[in-house]
Write a protein that binds this ligand. Structure first.
Ligand code: ADP
Ligand code: MG
Length: 593
């Protein structure tokens, strides 16, 4: 009794087909790739019942010679590969000669084709793997492959198909991405005769991007263009403001082929490292072109994975290309302004080459709130420059700062960061003050985070302060305090703003009450802002406090998000910018040769 048997052809091909054609979208992918290999101007796809009833892909490409039509549907018959040697520099999408045979073994497939130079076309029909007779037929130049009743003879496979909607989305995602990869080809996709996607074939990728992401997001996507020797990376990647909760929108094409490569994705994520919140992902459609011999495409049945010969180089290129797009986007508005170079230099630390005063715009918008620093007896004040130092700073340019790459912390007090335009030294205390201040002002509109005390504290104030506080109780409410009067000069503190939660309630009250004792009568809103600034000053990290790398980079990201990142709420600078230009002059790299 023999146990080992050679499988009947039919079963063998169905097994093979299972690897290539897993679901309708994979059949569409194979047919699409065949069409693209034929250099068409146009590809039209008709789908019915999410590909289960019908997948028809028509192109106006090279076509198939009549005498080769039967070969085309035979297993391991291909026009794209001649020897094993060819496998190492594949320039076409197909090469195994398997797809048509595989699809035909699990469907009713009709192949019709006519090369432009032939007078008549030819057609063959394959029913579940058995090939019919070749027929001459009138046909437009190009090729039409019609796949009906996919998996009709593989009920197990049918059972595993996802909901029609899901399968349809897979097809749409696939076709849209290929349309994007081949913008010079006119794509049309129909479901049940209804147009789902139409591209013009005019080569404009951003137009097609809109069908993938919607107009608004498409407009925001950053263009990536990088060329290095024989490597070219193009496409689009999201700005840090556009994120996803998963990696599904990370798309890479390598030499015109859609690949799922976790290492390429990792390179992309590396480029966004520290720029996105944990658990958020960028989206991109990137096209990598490298010499065919640099990549092995023959490692996966559906050709979805590839292997690079010099992967390090590729990954670093992807990372740099994307990072560059991110950095240049963040400085884009500033670059266009001629004042950028100078206004970027907030503080000129080198007195022997002073910038002319008019280099600083005289009409910059005021910081959100700008008032002279009050002399305080806070312990922190000793860490700040003495009051008269304030005037030594030139007027503060407002406006956004570019994306910064954190280098580290020095002296436990300053952060060092690199921007596209030079070096930044950031005062961690001033920066944090600014960050907290903007957050607090923002939450004033809704609800300032507040923390109830476990046991209410009773604080007694000097009569004058008590009277001032009494008047301002409603204002304190808005800022997250919960304070009620408790006798003529005593107050009961029930809750503190979260920012001050760790302080002794008496000290927290004094933080605000000192402000009230000043004699002038500021406007309500200004009072609020002033109070907010005092709270933030108190809550901000101090100079001389070591921060973890995570804390440093979180601070940097928060600062980048501020509307007035360059000054603290008291108007002092949060940063000193040493522009590339300045560095080059100081090092005598420019002008002295
Ligand atoms: P492969 O693409 O790996 O060569 P396929 O089974 O997908 O294998 O296709 C077999 C052959 O049929 C191809 O090599 C090509 O010569 C021909 N062919 C298939 N589709 C088309 C098409 N749309 N236009 C021109 N030729 C095609
Ligand atoms: Mg093929």
């Amino acid at each position: 009794m023999s146990l080992i048997r050679v499988l009947p052809d039919e079963v063998a091909s169905q097994i093979a087909a299972g690897e290539v054609v897993e679901r309708p979208a994979s059949a569409v992918k194979e047919l699409l790739e065949n069409a693209l290999d034929a250099n068409p101007h146009q590809i039209t796809i008709h789908i019915e019942k999410a590909g289960q009833r019908l997948i028809e892909v028509a192109d106006d490409g090279s076509g198939i010679l009549e005498e080769e039509i039967l070969l085309a549907v035979a297993r391991h018959a291909t026009s794209k590969l001649r020897s094993a040697e060819d496998l190492f520099h594949i320039a076409t999408l197909g090469f195994r000669g398997e797809a048509l045979a595989s699809i035909a073994s699990v469907s009713h497939l009709t192949l019709t084709s006519r090369p432009a130079q032939s007078l008549t076309g030819a057609q063959v029909r394959v029913e579940g793997g058995s090939t019919g007779r070749l027929e001459k037929i009138g046909a437009p130049a190009g090729t039409v492959v019609r796949v009906e009743d996919l998996f009709y003879n593989v009920p197990a496979r049918l059972k595993f198909l996802k909901k029609e909607n899901t399968e349809r989305q897979q097809i749409d995602a696939l076709v849209t991405r290929y349309a994007l990869a081949y913008p010079q080809v006119r794509f049309q996709l129909f479901h049940e005769q209804q147009a789902a996607l139409q591209t013009s074939g005019n080569g404009n990728r951003r137009e097609i991007l809109a069908s993938l992401y919607g107009v608004e997001t498409a407009r925001q996507m950053l263009e990536v263009i990088m060329e290095e020797d024989d490597l070219r990376l193009t496409g689009f990647t999201s700005p840090i403001s556009v994120t996803r909760s998963n990696r599904r929108e990370i798309t890479f094409f390598v030499n015109g082929r859609w690949v799922q490569d976790s290492a390429l994705a990792a390179a992309l994520l590396q480029a966004y490292h520290t720029l996105l919140m944990v658990g958020r992902y960028p989206q991109c459609v990137l096209f990598l072109e490298i010499p065919p011999e640099e990549v092995d495409v023959n490692v996966h049945p559906a050709k979805a994975e590839v292997r690079f010969r010099s992967s390090d180089r590729i990954f670093s290129a992807v990372q740099r290309g994307v990072r560059r797009a991110l950095l240049s986007s963040s400085m884009a508005p500033a670059v266009t302004s001629t004042t950028w170079k100078n206004t970027g230099t907030i503080f000129h630390p080198f007195p022997d080459s002073p910038l002319p005063a008019e280099d600083f715009p005289s009409e910059q918008p005021l910081p959100l709130i700008h008032f002279p620093p009050t002399s305080t007896d806070f312990p922190t004040s000793s860490e700040n420059p003495p009051p008269q130092a304030e005037t030594a700073y030139p007027p503060q340019p407002s406006g956004q700062i570019p994306l910064l790459r954190l280098v580290g912390q020095i002296g436990g007090t300053y952060l060092v960061a690199e921007g596209p335009d030079g070096l930044y030294l950031i005062d961690q205390h001033a920066a944090h003050e600014r960050v907290l201040f903007e957050k607090l002002l923002h939450s004033l509109k809704n609800q300032v985070p507040s923390q109830a005390l476990l046991t209410p504290a009773v604080v007694t104030l000097p009569p004058q302060s008590a009277a001032a506080l009494q008047e301002q109780l409603p204002l304190l409410d808005a800022l997250g305090f919960q304070v009620e009067s408790f006798g003529p000069t005593a107050f009961r503190v029930l809750a503190l703003p979260s920012l001050l939660a760790r302080m002794d309630p008496g000290a927290a009250l004094r933080v605000v009450v000192e402000d009230f004792e000043e004699n002038e009568e500021p406007l309500q809103a200004e009072k609020e802002a002033r109070l907010a600034a005092r709270i933030c000053k108190r809550a901000a990290v101090k100079g001389g406090q070591n921060l973890s790398f995570e804390e440093q980079s979180a601070l940097l990201r928060d600062l980048e998000a501020c509307s007035q990142p360059r000054t603290c709420p008291h108007g002092r600078p949060t940063m000193i910018h040493l522009s590339v230009d300045l560095l080059e002059r100081q090092f005598g790299r420019r002008g002295s040769r």
